[in-house]
Design a protein around this ligand. Sequence first.
Ligand code: BGC
Length: 559
Amino acid sequence: MTSPDIELADTSTAVPGAEWWRTAVIYQIYPRSFSDSSGDGIGDLPGITSRLDDLRSLGVDALWLSPFQRSPQKDAGYDVSDYCDVDPLFGTLADFDELLDQAHRRGIRLIVDLVPNHSSDQHRWFQEALAAGPGSRERARYLFRDGRGLDGDVPPNNWESIFGGPAWTRVVEADGSLGQWYLHLFDSSQPDFDWSNEEVREEFRRILRFWLDRGVDGFRVDVAHGLIKAEGLPDYSPDPEGGSMGGDEEGVPYWGQPGVHEVYRDWHAVLAEYDGDRALCAEAWRPTPEETALWVRPDEMHQAFNFPYLETEWDAAALRDVITESLRAFGSVGAPSTWVLSNHDVVRHASRLALTAENPQGHGIGPKSVGKPIADVGLRRARAATTVMLGLPGSAYLYQGEELGLPEVIDLDDDTRQDPTWFRTGGERYGRDGCRVPLPWSSDAPAYGFSATGESWLPQPAEWATLAREVQAEDEASTLSLYRALLAARRARHLGEGTLEWLDGFDAQVLAFRNGNVTVVANTGSTPVALPDGIVIAASGPLGRATIPADTAVWLADD
Ligand code: BGC
């Protein structure tokens, strides 16, 4: 590894209003699919450390690591059995410390995933709860309830798991009889904690401090809208066409309950005990930016993912509305807006933006899906959408592989799929494996350089040879070169700190705004539009002589 030359600024002198997370570009690493140093086909922490120079040259400010803590991997690590250790699949705590240190030496911050809604059923607490029986202190850490019906064989309510099937599983008590039921909003291996229990709250303060003491810069908080359930656990039937995480629905008794905010006020105070700008980012799927902004009021979290933006179609008017509403809503509580187009739970935006049929979040696409995307339209739109996103003020999230223009992998064989969604819906929903396929690093190495042995926990498509990072690094027209150029210009021109001003007078299919001395113009339509005056500093695709072609965006500077 080359010797690093950038150190993190002294974070203890941070100026209120200028904290790093207000403007940062944060790159999501999905550890099992990033880089595998051990050769077992699953990425690991030393693999990430070995690639930090690539991330520095990409130009990101921070990394978010999806879970690497101890876990039976029933939901790819979002089923945690020990919150304060590294799963041997990914390495050791010493490997984590080395990764954190090497990232910091390169001026890159690191946030880790925290999964507070549920643990793994292999967590010590859950095993103790099973053994201890009804009415015990151990059961009170989770949501155990007696069943309905004469024999208690009807679940306590009608809730469905986000991954399909019932949200309750009945346990066999120590004496061999069928007993109580426990709630799991996700897989049956992911029992929900009871957040009205002070013991749970205290345990999570301890977990936060464990990672803060090691020096992490913050946390991405999983299912941050789900911790508190409505009093009495009333029945509720979700809209079958709705997204899995409830982004579009109101009045759901397990999403966005008012009491959830108290938890984050408490965590805010824990983070404030530490030097530097440690940050909390909420994964809270809410229908509007206004509702999402409730998670980032001044004494709560620092950022929240802008899922309404992610869910907006490639359409100038719709984008203008959601951007305006985001800046207004987050700004009204003193928080930065965030922007995101892809992550490990959604169809990659190089495919999603060219889907021609409804595709609710979490359902995924596969061989039998209708409305499959046309690949080159998807990539063109994705590059344009990213060019718009990185021109916006605030903080932006990137998902590993989008800088290579990776599409969703649609034709995975059924027997390679691993998402619990696929199993719990009997194959009716493909789930999220298609956005989780391991990255291609070089075109002619085994597993395209992901692992030295050629192992890869999901198979990589043959076409990915041409998308490998090494190939794209040499090609000025590649998606990787576009991301590098956008990130370098964004940094040099301080666009993260900027202010957005809409520009009018363009065709209806055009989105146009100014941020500082940069004009961003995107053509979301199907015919070319006039290219305004200015010096082109970045373009998502080839431009006409004086035109911006369909599905193309451009950055223009005055000087
Ligand atoms: C994570 C998913 C995970 C679920 C349950 C989420 O929203 O991002 O990947 O399956 O929470 O933890």
